[in-house]
Write a protein that binds this ligand. Structure first.
Ligand code: DUC
Ligand code: ZN
Ligand code: ZN
Length: 468
């Protein structure tokens, strides 16, 4: 009998703290040895000239999520997790969303049914709490947290999702008692609505004006308000999808006071600007870039890089929220109502497959961050923060053998035709990147080889966070 099922030989292993040459011995889906000249394997992967990274952990993705206006998300678990694998992520955390008036427990049950048997990588669900009724606060949420759904998102904007300040404080209290982590979408609803009304009155309804309505000031104000509420209750929070310097400064302010405030940013805030929402001469093509918060300007991008370097950010997630541009019968971004005002354009852009190549290329290849920091932001920290470490997020004996053999020299031009997601476009079309995942291993099994996904395999599944 072979000692190992798989040996990964001759690569440079990178973790959040170290970079070294070694072989990896894998048995029963786990790393069992890190050493030199390992032999006795059923299969050997030659990693010469490759970086061997922990599989990416994408802690913020939306798959098959219901929307209030009937727009259909472009990815279900099959296509979304296939795209994740192709882009080097072996664990993703999507959201089980409670629709207003409905049960949170039911939402989790439905979401499991959607995921079951359809995952190409491992998944763990965050919750979205949109209707904190006494039943949800008193029973469903505490019970779900104890069952391992230990992180949930709340919104400070959107008519169908937002919580009032009083409700935010109530859910923060539950999180503190049950030791859950709250992710906050911090944008001030009334400020956005106020600007939107003025823009619409002036006939400024093209997609570009989404970026004006969703002002960074509204993001800054809401970030501070969320932090203040969390301070009052004494609960840790994550401010998700931070877009620029103003909200970053609020997070730095909180940290200086010893508050437990974590922060996440995303590819769109280093690779896009609000000018992308202009499309071609302020036409509707700009809808392809509509997401919230929107990308800002080049100064904001520089601020984000500072935060990625200096530790302000813990997490670099995709915020993959995929819609088709041209969906059938009004189900895409380009639909008749969206043409009447930016406020009806479905919010979100695809990015699950391009997250790692964009940060690697713009960050590591261009010398802005180290490869160790890349691993920390994209795999280790998300695994630690969301209760998946050390099984996920690093390369350790006993951990899952989730690995990426990364070619740091591969030059690619990102283009829709090469991607695996369900959207009919990528906002990064034409972007040149250096560095791409070549082989991806999930629990000791090769799921991507030479960039080609084993589409039949579906070796992923839901991770029970109580069992880590
Ligand atoms: N928030 C997200 O996290 N993703 C997409 C849209 C949004 O508002
Ligand atoms: Zn959000
Ligand atoms: Zn999101």
């Amino acid at each position: 009998m072979s000692e190992f099922d798989l040996v990964v030989r001759g690569g440079t292993i990178v973790t959040a703290s170290d970079r070294f040459r070694a072989d990896l011995g894998i048995r029963d889906g786990r790393i069992v040895q890190i050493g030199h000249d390992l032999s006795g394997a059923r299969e050997v992967l030659d990693a010469t000239g490759r970086l061997v990274l922990p599989g990416g952990v994408d802690a913020h993705v939306h798959l098959a999520q219901p929307t209030s206006d009937g727009t259909i998300m472009a990815d279900d678990f099959d296509s979304g997790t296939r795209a994740a694998a192709a882009g080097g992520s072996t664990t993703v955390l999507p959201f089980a969303l409670q629709e207003k008036g409905k049960s949170l427990r039911e939402a989790v049950r439905d979401y499991h049914a959607k995921a079951e048997g359809n995952c190409h990588v491992d998944v763990a669900f965050h919750l979205i709490v949109s209707d904190p009724t006494p039943q949800v606060l008193g029973q469903e949420l505490p019970a779900l947290i104890r069952d391992g759904y230990s992180s949930f998102k709340v919104f400070m904007t959107y008519d169908d999702l937002r919580l009032t300040d009083a409700e935010l404080l109530d859910v923060f209290e539950v999180a503190r008692r049950e030791k859950a982590l709250v992710m906050v979408h911090a944008e001030g609803h009334d400020a956005i609505r106020h600007i939107t009304r003025k823009l619409e009155a002036a006939g400024q309804t093209a997609p570009y004006y989404h970026a004006i309505a969703h002002s960074e000031i509204a993001e800054r104000e809401a970030t501070h308000r969320a932090i203040s509420h969390a301070q009052l209750v004494d609960v840790p929070i994550v401010i998700v999808h931070v877009s620029g310097r103003d909200p970053m400064e609020q997070i730095q302010w909180a940290r200086k006071r010893g508050l437990r405030v974590h922060a996440e940013t995303c590819p769109q805030y280093i690779a896009l600007t609000r000018d992308d929402l202009k499309g071609l001469n302020m036409d509707f093509e700009g809808a392809k870039y509509v997401c919230s918060p929107p990308p800002r300007d080049t100064a904001a991008q520089e601020a984000i890089w500072e935060g990625l370097r200096d530790g302000t950010f813990d997490l670099f997630s995709s915020d993959h929220a995929p819609f088709r541009y041209q969906g059938e019968a009004g189900t895409g971004k380009d639909n008749p109502r969206a043409r009447t005002s930016f406020k009806w354009v479905p919010n979100g852009i695809p990015g699950i497959e391009t997250r790692l190549p964009i940060l690697f290329s713009e960050g590591v290849s261009k010398g802005r961050i180290s490869i160790e920091r890349f691993v920390e932001l994209t795999a280790t920290n998300p695994a630690k923060l969301y209760g998946l470490y050390p099984r996920k997020g690093s390369i350790v004996v006993g951990g899952d053998a989730d690995l990426v053999l990364w070619d740091p020299e591969e030059a690619r031009t990102i283009t829709q035709g090469d991607l695996h997601h369900g959207s009919d476009y990528t906002p990064y079309e034409g972007m040149q990147v250096t560095g791409w995942p070549q082989v991806v291993v999930l629990k000791g099994q090769v799921v991507v080889r030479n960039g080609v996904v084993d589409t039949d395999a579906r070796r992923g599944g839901h991770i029970d966070r109580t069992a880590i």
